[in-house]
Design a protein. Structure first.
Length: 127
């Protein structure tokens, strides 16, 4: 199963880092990028990614706000908010938005765990 993954971060270097980890795990998956929430919403409307990996700290809307908006556009999308800010409040807001929390620096192992869970949810008969 090949999925399309939206990588959202205002830092090009951070997007490259996430794309590299994703490519090591699932080289055949399509990767699309956005530098901010507005671009992410447009990409989602045009390309309908199944997965979004969203930075928490971005100018304008933060990643949790964006996660909630992405969830409204596609309730089945798997979303993870990535942040070095591990405060309980941020994690709770992330979960309330229907997203997973992945700590920065993002490790290939943490990304693999999230994507494995995503694939399991997408299997026929799972909810």
């Amino acid at each position: 199963m090949s999925l399309t993954v939206l990588i959202v971060d205002d830092s090009k270097l951070a997007r490259m880092s996430v794309a590299k980890a994703l490519g090591a795990l699932y080289p055949d998956w399509k990767r699309i990028e956005a530098a901010n929430a507005m671009e992410a919403l447009e990409q989602t409307k045009q390309l309908a990614p199944e997965v979004a990996l969203v930075d928490f700290n971005m100018p304008g809307k933060d990643g949790v706000t964006l996660a909630a908006e992405l969830r409204a556009l596609d309730p089945k999308m798997s979303i993870a908010v990535i942040s070095a800010n591990r405060q309980v409040e941020v994690i709770k807001r992330t979960q309330a938005a229907g997203a997973a929390f992945l700590p920065k620096p993002l490790t290939e192992g943490a990304l693999a765990d999230f994507l494995t869970a995503t694939l399991k949810r997408r299997q026929p008969g799972s909810q």
